[in-house]
Design a protein around this ligand. Structure first.
Ligand code: PLP
Length: 394
């Protein structure tokens, strides 16, 4: 049977793999040879699930959104990743990776961060384990994201500014890679989404797959069946989507809907709709779809939500798009903001602006009244309050 999971070389169809400089090979190879074995160890599984339960607060609820469902005349469930400790799904992955790092004998963690959400989730688990943490962040992002910089410092992490290039996420990533090359023995690099060289996309997807594992049990309990008609999630790099889709990838009767940020409009030049606009290329060690100029330079993405403004998309999603297994919808800033406010008014839940993109599809994409549609609510809106205030002039 055709599978939409990674093969043993880390390929999803033609996408994925590990396109890395030779100096990084030993680091990735050590991880590649060990990650599946470690994840299979009973003691690893037990510690991972115990922490997800007692520290993160899992299982997160699967909530039937009654008023939202009435408005759009279909059955909408929200998977409440916004209720995770630290406010989003990202911590599922950082918990998994810190346990992986410990089993590999690493005593130092590095990470890159753009908006600071992944930096905070990494600093959190390093504090939890008492492990040294260095987070690389573009100088411009440090200035733009002061509250998250403060959070990381309070949690004991060192935030190192990336001062080259555009002084944003891709420069922070370059600095983190340089650090890892120089510290191959004691350091583990925690990547924050289903991106990067093999085995990262597969490893991160497996850690996040707890989301769809829980969905199946919860739907069984509430609806008497494990499978919804559709699962919907926003895609930046694609980790919350990978987790929400994971156990449904090879179940053809479950529709998969990935939602990207159209920014100011797909043709506006200010967007992050990677699959619609992207071409095949290599970014962060992975062959995937990315937004680039005619001569292959990566173009600067834009979205009102910091978590979606990434110029590539994980190889799983590139394959879901080109194979037609996934339906891809792009949502503008304006439509996302409107959908975010609507959820506040209809359900009393203030969503992250990333998640608001997924909620915005109901305006145009119609479903049958008895369809069960699960939307992965990737995070809460506390971090976005200033954005909401400025946008709606609250
Ligand atoms: C980081 C983030 C995203 C985007 O990242 P993915 O890897 O695509 O999931 C989406 N929602 C929230 C709340 C985030 O913090």
């Amino acid at each position: 049977m055709k599978s939409y999971h990674a093969d043993e070389r880390g390929y999803y169809g033609e996408f994925g793999g590990a396109f890395i400089p030779e100096m990084l090979y030993p680091n990735c190879e050590e991880l590649r040879q060990n990650y599946l074995g470690i994840m299979e160890e009973p003691s690893f599984k037990e510690e991972f699930h115990q922490l997800l339960k007692d520290y993160v607060g899992r299982p997160t609820p699967l909530y039937f959104a009654k008023r939202l469902s009435e408005k759009y005349n279909t059955k909408i469930y929200l998977k409440r990743e916004d209720l995770c400790h630290t406010g989003a799904h990202k911590v599922n992955n950082t918990i998994g990776q810190i346990l992986m790092a410990k089993r590999l004998g690493k005593n130092r963690i590095i990470a890159e961060t753009g908006a600071g959400q992944h930096g905070v989730a990494t600093a959190t688990v390093c504090a939890l384990m008492g492990i040294q943490c260095v987070v690389y962040m573009g100088e411009i992002d440090i200035a733009r994201q002061a509250p998250n910089v403060a959070r990381m410092k309070m949690l004991g992490a060192e935030v190192r500014p990336a001062t080259s290039g555009s002084k944003t996420l891709k420069d922070a990533t370059n600095e983190a890679i340089r650090d890892w090359i120089n510290n191959p023995v004691d350091t583990h690099y925690i990547i924050g989404s289903v991106v990067g060289p093999h085995p990262y996309p597969d490893m991160v997807a497996r850690f996040q797959s707890v989301i769809s594992e829980e969905m199946k049990n919860q739907l069984q309990e509430k609806e008497g069946r494990e499978n919804p008609n559709y699962v919907v999630a926003c895609v930046g790099g694609g980790s919350n989507a990978a987790g929400a889709f994971y156990h449904y990838l090879d179940v053809p009767e479950v529709g998969i809907i990935a939602v990207e940020a159209a920014g100011k409009g797909i043709d506006s030049g200010k967007s992050a709709a990677t699959s619609a606009l992207g071409k095949v290329g290599i970014i962060h060690g992975s062959k995937t779809l990315l937004m680039q100029t005619q001569d292959g330079q990566i173009t600067e993405p834009y979205s009102i939500s910091a978590g979606l403004d990434y110029p590539g998309v994980g190889p799983m999603h590139a394959h879901l798009y080109t194979s037609g297994r996934g339906e891809f919808i792009s949502i503008t800033d304006d439509d996302a903001m409107k959908a975010g406010l609507e959820l506040c008014k209809l359900e009393g839940i203030i969503p992250a602006i990333e998640s608001s993109h997924a909620l915005a599809i109901f305006e145009d994409r119609k479903f049958n009244p008895d369809d069960i549609v699960v939307v992965n609510l990737s995070g809460r809106g506390d971090k976005d309050l200033q954005n909401y205030i400025d946008y709606f002039k609250l």
